[in-house]
Design a protein around this ligand. Structure first.
Ligand SMILES: Cc1cc2nc3c(=O)[nH]c(=O)nc-3n(C[C@H](O)[C@H](O)[C@H](O)COP(=O)(O)O)c2cc1C
Length: 251
């Protein structure tokens, strides 16, 4: 059996899944472990929507820009920041909730992401493959409609889950030195940046990425192709409206 260190050090995102199902008992076990993650004030201000139905997956697919994992994975999990349930409990108990603000959304989003990541580790520990879908925050308005999320609930991330049908190479990471700061933040010199990113830039897959996108540098692939300013502004506006409509921007 693999140790937790092996799992953490060797994990990688899996985007292709075999036809094998993830049985209900196993899924419940993963979700039970996930819900053991730390949670603000033990409020558990999150909900998890399980999608197994093919028709529903097809309905969700365009909201994830038709990434094939949505329809090919046996299980799709949408993790939501959720103050609805907690607000209802407060109101049923003569307590007036004050959670209609951005701070509360952020709190619930942190809770939801901690559960998501814990479910992912539990899944990887079982040999399952997972892929996060960041598209959830781009099209939260459509996902809210599709999953019938009430006020107080906002989807923050989606995870596809299934038995791996690919064994990709593990992607790179920046050296730890690039990430850590001892005691205080040590801002980066030009030389530091060159040094920390050089390995990533020199990799064959990065070079291929640059060529395929007709760009000069790897940074340009991010700024001009993958995560463009105009897209960021466009999807930011949608998300701000979602937060407003779902009742998190009242103060
Ligand atoms: C919040 C978040 C959103 C992501 N969104 C997507 C996505 O929409 N599509 C995808 O194929 N991978 C997505 N990923 C997976 C990342 O691309 C992947 O984690 C990264 O390339 C590093 O690879 P690794 O997980 O194999 O180490 C996402 C990961 C995170 C944490």
């Amino acid at each position: 059996m693999k140790s937790i260190s092996d799992i953490l050090l060797n994990r990688k995102t899996i985007r292709k899944y075999s036809g094998r199902n993830v049985d209900e008992e196993l899924l419940r076990d993963l979700l039970t472990k996930g819900c053991r993650a730390s949670t603000t004030g033990n409020m558990q201000v999150y909900s998890i929507i399980i999608t197994r139905d093919d028709t529903k997956k097809k309905e969700l697919a365009p909201f994830h820009f038709n990434q094939k994992m949505i329809t090919e994975a046996p299980v799709v999990l949408t993790f939501c920041a959720d103050f609805n349930r907690f607000n209802l409990w407060c109101r049923e108990n003569k307590a007036e909730p004050g959670y209609d603000n951005f701070l509360s959304f952020f709190t619930a989003a942190i809770d939801a992401l901690l559960v998501a990541q814990t479910v992912c580790i539990a899944a990887e520990d079982e040999g399952l493959g997972i892929c996060y879908l960041g598209t959830t925050t781009y099209t939260a308005d459509r996902i809210i409609e599709s999953l019938k999320l009430p006020k107080g609930v906002v989807p923050v991330t989606t995870v596809t889950l299934g038995w791996p049908a690919e064994y990709p190479e593990q992607p790179d990471r920046l050296p730890l030195e690039a990430i850590i700061h001892n005691e205080i933040y040590n801002d980066y010199s030009e030389h530091d940046i060159k040094n920390y990113y050089s390995q990533k830039e020199e990799r064959e897959d990065s070079q291929k990425f640059i060529r395929e996108n007709n760009k000069e540098t790897l940074s340009q692939v991010f700024t001009d192709v993958r995560y463009k300013k105009n897209d960021n502004i466009y999807f930011s506006k949608i998300l701000m409206k979602v937060l407003n409509d779902q009742g998190f921007m009242n103060q």
